[in-house]
Design a protein around this ligand. Structure first.
Ligand code: NAP
Length: 255
């Protein structure tokens, strides 16, 4: 398939694997040309680019450490230089390291805030400037987490960084309108980690009013919906089987 200039372009951060890859593939299947951002996962990024290109005709990989402000500021212009335009950003990449109220320190807070909050804001800022210069419009989706509505004290700095991103979403939706819409998508437990066995993950995935949390396909479809529905801004879509309505004393990975 050959891509057409009329096909919109989306930058998906952390798109080499896991949820970011699912989002990239879902958007490519919907005709989006995809900029696949990665940091360390170069080989996975090449595979995601190839799979997206089969679906939409055009994709490319871009590396950047989202903890480095200069690298973040350079990222969107690099994508514009490649595709000629960018219409949307999906802030999916995330640092997720464990700390608690007891082990909390500035170093952990700084690391999480840079990649999870600061980078997302700078990319929204850059997209706003770019679409405004084109006399166009665009959208940003920020990946949040149901645990903001159902807090526990694990992953203290991660949770703070996502809470700040949720607040930033409200402010950016006001500040960057009407050119840009800003929408949060908050998954429940969707993919496992090295902290959980397959059996533990399956059991915890069922802990919700609906008896199942979100799947990668659920989350990716919601991101696509948020990007393509031109009346949604300044709000968050929780995609979690209702886990945010429950109370968990610990993070799923540490229960
Ligand atoms: N997984 C879940 O069940 C779940 C639940 C709730 C919310 N979420 C949210 O959904 C999103 C995706 O979740 P996930 O589990 O797929 O994420 P993940 O695997 O923890 O991380 C996604 C990617 O983020 C990139 N990344 C991390 N720090 C970075 C940095 N400083 N600079 C550049 N890239 C960086 C990494 O890319 P490289 O590998 O290329 O280095 C990583 O592969 C996250 O925002 C997460 O908070 C996920």
């Amino acid at each position: 398939m050959t891509a057409q200039p009329s096909q919109p372009v989306v930058l998906v951060t952390g798109a080499a694997k896991r949820l970011g890859r699912e989002i990239a593939l879902a958007l490519a299947a919907g005709g989006w040309r995809v900029a696949v951002h990665y940091r360390d996962s170069a080989n996975d990024a090449i595979k995601t680019v190839a799979d997206c290109a089969l679906l939409s005709g055009a994709a490319a990989a871009f590396d950047a450490d989202l903890g480095d402000e200069a690298a973040v500021r350079a990222l969107l212009p690099r994508v514009v230089a490649h595709f000629g335009q960018v219409d949307a950003v999906v802030n999916n990449a995330s640092t997720f390291e464990h700390d608690t109220a007891a082990s909390f320190g500035f170093a952990s807070l700084d690391k999480h805030l840079r990649s999870n909050t600061g980078a997302a804001i700078v990319l929204a800022q850059a997209l706003h400037a770019h679409v405004t210069a084109r006399n166009a419009s665009g959208a940003v989706v920020n990946l949040l987490d149901q645990k903001l509505w159902n807090q526990n004290p694990d992953f203290f700095s991660y949770t703070l960084s996502k809470a700040a991103l949720e607040a930033a979403g409200t402010m950016l939706a006001l500040a960057l309108a009407p050119q840009l819409r800003v929408v949060g998508v908050a998954p429940g437990l969707t993919l496992s980690s090295h902290l959980l066995s397959d059996e533990q993950f399956a059991a915890r995935h069922q802990l919700s009013p609906l008896g199942r949390s979100s799947t990668p396909a659920d989350v990716a479809a919601t991101v696509k919906f948020a990007l393509e529905n031109t009346s949604i801004t300044g709000t968050t879509l929780l995609v979690d089987g209702g886990q945010h309505l429950m109370k968990f004393e610990r993070d799923f990975s540490l229960m």
